[in-house]
Design a protein around this ligand. Structure first.
Ligand SMILES: C[S@@+](CC[C@H](N)C(=O)[O-])C[C@H]1O[C@@H](n2cnc3c(N)ncnc32)[C@H](O)[C@@H]1O
Length: 208
């Protein structure tokens, strides 16, 4: 259970309005210092794009897209890209052409099987609890077409350090949740370079 609410996190991200560096704006820092952009692309974005197995015909949803550093790369590679986020400030900084929506992950303004890929990267640890992740994951799976991939990435799994403001995921509870969804999935450790930033995991669910 997180000690912070969605409203708290919205205020947290909106307060970053004055930050120019997009890597820092989206919270990719080590000890408060933003990681260099090329390291960010290599450690975070390129491995993500590989795991998403994008096709030029795909329609892709990026939930919690922030200022869209990954959405921008996705937009160049697919037929349609859409982003959502709770922060007006971060969405306002999106430099691309993809459509964006201001909404929390549990109130997505879509219906039916309308996406081939759904990405939610470095977002779930801002959720209030595991039940919220379940609700969002089930809604994503209902929006995903057959042969689709849902990637819920950058999850902190394990015992939270003292006073962590984030939601940490207990590995047994997370596996129980994933098993109950009824789709094949994998939990992958992130690559070596990403582990130098923090040690997190990607959950990849396949809607077969
Ligand atoms: C660390 S940033 C990651 C941004 C982007 N996914 C990336 O990897 O560059 C976390 C983002 O999650 C968004 N977020 C947090 N809680 C959310 C929620 N409940 N629904 C939608 N977005 C949320 C924040 O506003 C912020 O933009």
């Amino acid at each position: 259970m997180s000690t912070r609410t969605i409203a708290d996190w919205t205020a947290h991200w909106d307060a970053k309005a004055g930050i120019d560096n997009p890597v820092e704006l989206n919270g990719y820092c080590v000890g408060g210092i933003p990681i260099p952009r090329e390291q960010y692309l290599q450690a975070v974005v390129r491995p993500l794009l590989e795991r998403l197995e994008l096709d030029p015909l795909h329609e892709v949803l990026d939930i919690g897209c922030g200022s869209g550093m990954t959405l921008l790369e996705i937009e160049k590679r697919v037929a349609r890209a859409v982003g959502t986020d709770i922060s007006r400030t971060l969405l306002a900084r999106y430099p691309g052409k993809a459509t964006t929506h201001l909404c929390p992950a549990h109130e997505l303004p879509f219906s039916g099987e309308s996406f081939d890929r759904i990405l939610m990267f470095s977002v779930a640890h801002y959720f209030p609890d595991l039940a919220y992740l379940r609700e969002v994951t089930e809604s994503c799976l209902s929006l995903l077409r057959r042969d689709g991939i849902l990637l819920v990435g950058d999850l902190p799994i394990g015992v939270p350090p003292a006073q962590s403001p984030y939601l940490w995921f207990d590995r047994h509870q997370l596996v129980d949740l994933l098993d109950s969804l009824g789709f094949p999935y994998s939990i992958a450790a992130q690559g070596r370079l990403k582990r130098t930033i923090n040690r997190r995991y990607d959950v990849i669910i396949y809607k077969d």
